[in-house]
Ligand binder design. Structure first.
Ligand SMILES: CC(=O)N[C@H]1[C@@H](OP(=O)(O)OP(=O)(O)OC[C@H]2O[C@@H](n3ccc(=O)[nH]c3=O)[C@H](O)[C@@H]2O)O[C@H](CO)[C@@H](O)[C@@H]1O
Length: 505
């Protein structure tokens, strides 16, 4: 590791000498830890990072960008849709997806480096239990969906199937995520097929371009955004690991959507059939102002545009069919070929846009006291995972049904939307619909039949509580085998044990 003198010299050259201001007060362990943090920061890059953060901030406050004149919606020939496709087409895409999965060519990649600040927990979001009857966490649900899709593909093609699970973590989430997986025996997945790696951390910077100390011997660091993925894939040799396993297609997704279909055969099949190198799953926006990014074209190039970047007129604009013109809500579910990821990670990544987040960053002041600022004082720079759409040679968009595939956990229960309550309800109402469709009927505690309500509105109470394990069904298939003509109590958990019991009844 570089010596103190070398590092002091480098920091001076980068205009960041203040980072060693409290050196004399640090004990041996604190000194070693600070030197460790500073040693991995290249001085030139640090200088450049601080300069561009300050510049980007100045641009942001002087002229917020409006993209109105440069926007175009996704052309219909590049837009596939579950809702608007016939059964045969959907079956063909699904078959293609299963075929690729059965050849062990498909991997899933979870973005799990975020801090879950809005949810207000100190541990990784994937460890959250939204209060399902089974008590399953998001990680457990995801692991079981992987096992199920492997089983389904394996059964169809009479072969042994592996869908490797790559998990991108950050300094905040790696340790607890690893421990959680070990404690839960990797949810019965083969641990050799669960590959965790870490994204980089970047210093938070003041408005005049100085890296911030959050303790006398510690920089304020934050993960470099979910677009840090591409750098992390190269730095951690993940692309080589994929290559070695014969992976061709990667389904990348974010941690908090309780309805996520891992390695979704329909989505994979659609993208493969279209010859896409890059694809995005979207849902119709629920209402014009919904705070989701929208997939569209800017100056002819695909990108996700945030709600704040377009005017209210554009947000509300509708086509002749009455639908919102900019309607393709990004749900952070992406398809990439391995070749595309290689090109991005090895060549194009430096061209990705840097986004500026202006935050309240606790800091150590001149006198050495910790200050928790009441107003924003710092800049965090992030890259976004979708900012690679511009590099795609054949980009496609796939629209799915929100009630079946998208219910994210973003906020604590004090908020109205995207909370533990709304995600739990979304999953349980899906399972209730599946159970009715399979021919089950529900009884209350006194044994009375509960009337069926197949078309529930978002606010109505669920008539019955039914949770179905992903190990029993991936997306509602084959449930007639266990539920047709059955009277089941509310609350009911259909898991593998229950399936055996019903089978024997
Ligand atoms: C940049 C991005 O993708 N934005 C999308 C994200 O917004 P949103 O603002 O919800 O994005 P989050 O900050 O929650 O991050 C999404 C995912 O990226 C992970 N993460 C985040 C930061 C980081 O440094 N490392 C990391 O791995 C998180 O753990 C999470 O799994 O999901 C919404 C739908 O739910 C979409 O409408 C947004 O367009």
């Amino acid at each position: 590791m570089a010596s103190l003198e070398e590092i002091r010299h480098r920091l001076q050259a980068a205009g960041q000498a203040h980072l060693l201001r409290f050196w004399a007060e640090l004990d041996t362990a604190q000194r070693a830890s600070l030197l460790g943090e500073l040693a991995v920061l290249d001085a030139e890059l640090l200088k450049e990072h601080c300069r561009s953060a300050a510049e980007a901030y100045a641009r942001e406050i002087s002229a917020p960008q409006r993209l109105d004149q440069r926007l175009q919606p996704v052309p219909s020939e590049f837009l596939g849709s579950v809702g608007r496709s016939d059964k045969e087409t959907l079956a063909r895409w699904e078959e293609e997806g299963f075929s690729q999965i059965s050849q062990n060519k498909v991997a899933v990649l979870l973005l799990a480096g975020g801090q879950g600040t809005r949810l207000g927990v100190t541990y990784p979001k994937g460890m959250y239990d939204v209060g399902l009857p089974s008590g399953k966490t998001l990680y457990e649900i995801q692991a079981q969906r992987i096992r199920k899709v492997e089983q389904l593909a394996g059964k169809k093609y009479a072969t042994k199937v592996t869908v490797p699970w790559y998990i991108m973590t950050s300094e905040f989430t790696l340790g607890p995520t690893e421990r959680f997986f070990i404690e839960h025996n990797y949810f019965n997945l083969d641990k050799r097929n669960v590959v965790m790696f870490e994204q980089r951390m970047l210093p938070a910077v003041t408005f005049d371009g100085k890296a911030i100390l959050e303790q006398k011997g510690k920089l304020a660091l934050a993960p470099d955004g979910n677009g840090g993925l591409y750098r992390a894939l190269a730095e951690n040799k993940i692309l080589e690991d994929m290559e070695r396993r014969g992976i061709h297609y990667i389904h990348v997704y974010c941690v908090d959507n309780i309805l996520v279909k891992l390695a979704d055969p329909v989505f994979i099949g659609f993208c493969v059939c279209k010859g896409a190198d890059c694809g995005a799953k979207v849902v119709e926006k629920a209402y014009p102002e919904e705070p989701v990014g929208v997939v569209c074209q800017v100056d002819g190039v695909y990108q996700v545009v945030e709600y704040s970047e377009i005017s209210p007129e554009m947000v509300h604009k509708r086509g002749p069919d009455g639908l919102l013109t900019y309607n393709a809500g990004n749900i952070c579910n992406h398809f990439f070929t391995l070749n595309f990821l290689k090109t991005v990670a090895h060549t194009l990544e430096p061209q990705m846009k840097q986004h500026v987040a202006i935050k309240k960053v606790p800091f150590i002041n001149e006198e050495g006291n910790l200050v928790k600022p009441a107003t924003p004082n710092g800049i965090k720079m992030e890259k976004f995972v979708f900012d690679v759409f511009q590099f795609s040679k054949n980009f496609v968009v796939f629209e799915v049904l929100r009630e079946e595939e998208f219910s994210p956990l973003k906020n604590a229960d004090t908020a109205e939307k995207d909370t533990p309550t709304t995600t739990r309800r979304a999953l349980l109402s899906q399972h209730y619909r599946w159970a009715l469709r399979a021919g089950a009927s529900f009884r209350d505690a006194a044994g009375f039949r509960i009337p069926d309500k197949p078309g529930l509105s978002e606010t109505e109470d669920l008539p019955a509580v039914c949770e179905i394990s992903p190990l029993v069904t991936y997306f509602g298939e084959n449930l007639e085998l266990y539920l047709k003509g059955k009277d089941i109590p509310s609350t009911f958990i259909l898991d593998e044990d229950q399936v055996n019991a019903l089978g024997k009844a």
